[in-house]
Design a protein around this ligand. Structure first.
Ligand code: PLP
Length: 394
């Protein structure tokens, strides 16, 4: 058993667990009891792998970025999650969870979404499976993210505005939890990152672990060796990073680097650099590292990329950070935007601004020559064109 994976009680070191209201016990317990057995069932694996292949377009390529490599003096490979159907890694998880929901006999899917990316990935798989889909979204986010709202509606989802509090993600999460408490028998709640009560962090990491499973095979083919010197990914809640790191965690010689969003600067008051600013605490049903005031109020995070402005970091990441297995760093808005433009001009690939944060860290690294580096390119930049245009005055 790996010391970096979840234990039988749902913990990673001191982090994780299931801190939930009593009314949610039946729902969460049903998942805890069944998820591993279902995921290990050969017919489940077959259906999951078939859909990843024919619907998502996996395996995603491992691309040797030659011009980027020349610039930094290392052998840089990009794991192309941006080429997946719907444009990012999130679909790996939503496909897995909807197959699991079907096997649990669920007829209805709920989700919460901030920028709308997870809502779209959920609405997509509900259309694919013909299941009812209800997505909770803050009223303010609905206004800010009109194209994603339209995508969800086109796919037949009902988008329910959360009108309480700050009318953003945290209020949408509360509404989704209320729905789940009221509909414990027929409804599955699809969480979009490696957060939430056990077993969600482990379940989502397992679905995303396809990223590193493929990478090992592809590296062996391309370099004659299954392991790189360094793997890197950006971290919001932490799901693309968890998938990128998963099958390398026990190869201690592989350096693991996670890049958080530093917004306008780590200490500017407008940031999402959780491992620097946060303290241990409970958020969204698990013990993790949370940006909070001295009396435990969650601090509103900020990043130019909607996918990274989460005030916590999933329990496995909290443990990789605390145990020293992973190096947790950050990149500012400016550093990420420049890195996004650099990749576009060196390789002809427009990355999601989230992924640009991982690329930005290359500027701060020193290579002795010839190190093999794998970076998870978590998503494509189409959704971010407005932001790039405004930033660069295009
Ligand atoms: C949502 C998203 C992220 C952040 O989520 P994680 O769970 O940390 O992976 C990163 N990149 C892209 C493209 C996203 O859509």
């Amino acid at each position: 058993m790996s010391k970096y994976q979840v234990d039988s009680r749902g913990y990673y070191g001191p982090f994780g667990g299931a801190y939930i209201p009593e009314m949610l016990y039946p729902n969460v317990e049903e998942l805890q009891k069944n998820y591993l057995q279902i995921m290990e069932d050969p017919s489940f694996k077959e259906e999951f792998e078939q859909l990843l292949k024919d619907y998502v377009g996996r395996p995603s390529p491992l691309y040797h970025a030659k011009r980027l490599s020349e610039r930094y003096g290392a052998n840089i490979y990009l794991k192309r999650e941006d080429l997946n159907h719907t444009g990012a890694h999130k679909i790996n998880n939503t496909i897995g969870q909807i197959l699991l929901a079907k096997r649990l006999g669920k007829k209805r899917i709920i989700a919460e979404t901030g920028a709308g990316q997870h809502g779209v990935a959920t609405a997509t798989v509900c259309a694919l499976m013909g299941l009812e889909c209800v997505v909770y979204m803050g009223e303010i986010d609905i206004k800010r993210q009109a194209p994603n709202v339209a995508r969800m509606k086109m796919m037949g989802a009902t988008v329910v505005p959360a009108t309480s509090g700050s009318k953003t993600l945290k209020d949408a999460t509360n509404e989704a939890l209320r729905d789940w408490i009221n509909n414990p028998v027929d409804t599955h709640y699809i969480i979009g990152s490696v957060v939430g009560p056990h077993p969600y962090p482990d379940m989502v990491a397992r679905f995303q672990s396809i990223i590193s499973a493929e990478t090992r095979k592809q590296l062996l083919e391309k370099t004659g060796k299954e392991t790189p010197d360094i793997v890197m990914a950006c971290v919001g809640g932490g799901s693309n990073a968890a998938g990128m790191f998963y099958h390398f965690l026990d190869d201690e010689q592989v350096k693991i680097i996670a890049v958080e969003a530093a917004g306008l600067g780590v200490h500017s008051g407008k940031s999402a650099a959780t491992t620097v600013l946060g303290k241990e605490g409970v958020l969204h049903g698990s013990r993790q590292i949370v940006m909070q005031t001295d009396d435990g109020q969650v601090i509103e995070p900020y990043s130019i990329s909607a996918g990274l402005d989460y005030p916590g970091i999933g329990p496995q990441h909290a443990w990789l950070f605390k145990s020293g297995r992973g190096e947790y760093v950050s990149a500012t808005d400016d550093e990420a935007m420049q890195a996004g433009l650099r990749l576009t001009q060196l390789e002809g690939i427009i990355p999601a601004i989230e992924s640009s944060h991982a690329l930005a860290h290359l500027e701060k690294m020193e290579f002795t020559g010839g190190e093999t580096v794998v970076i998870c390119l978590s998503g494509r930049g189409d959704k971010d064109l407005d932001n790039y245009m405004k930033y660069f005055g295009l």
